[in-house]
Design a protein around this ligand. Sequence first.
Ligand code: C5P
Length: 230
Amino acid sequence: MSSRPVVAVVPAAGSGERLGAGRPKALVPVAGEAMVARAVDGLLASGSVDAVVVVAPAANLAEMRAVLPAGVDVVPGGADRVASVALGLDAVGDAGVVLVHDAARCLCPAAVTAAVVDAVRAGHGAVIPALPVADTVRRVDTAGRVVGPVDRTGLLAVQTPQGFAPDVLRRAHEAAATSPTASRATDDAGLVEAVGGEVVTVPGDPRAFKITTPLDLAMAEALVGAEVRR
Ligand code: C5P
């Protein structure tokens, strides 16, 4: 087993327009603690992560540093998620495993992080936590008309943290930098797939859901409240 560190890149440079909180989503409090702080605390408390690089909106670096533990590196982000992760990756030094974890999935349980790290340590170049899709799914045209059924068998909803051998993730981002479509990618495993890399899954967890809307935020606060009382 490699003793090189596990370093997590946390993209937190989004504006969070869909949440409508009037400030970057990662700084929005969930039951009194900024989303990004909860996400970073969760990674560090998992016992599987040695260091964290947070990618923040360029205009909010000081605010971001103020809510994070000392020792967490904070770097400015880019125009889209792919660019932000690439900038975070530039700040990752020597690492045995690189994780990429959305600040917006701030209640991810430690066991998910541990399972992802273990799978990379076991030799997989790219690992994603994923859950079966519960809803019935349809493909539609631009007018919203159903154009066909989608077989739910074999469909998984993908979460973070996603884990990578550092050279695999770096190669994928290098290719993405010159790809006309890569900026639309919503995760990093997709970039690895685009260069022909193999991606494997480990079980995700419903608590690793992404906070996007005000309803998601209310659900996250309810979850924190329920766990505090337990
Ligand atoms: O907007 P969405 O929630 O899908 O973004 C996923 C993650 O990517 C969030 O944690 C967000 O802060 C981050 N992001 C980023 N830089 C951008 C856009 C999004 O770090 N330019």
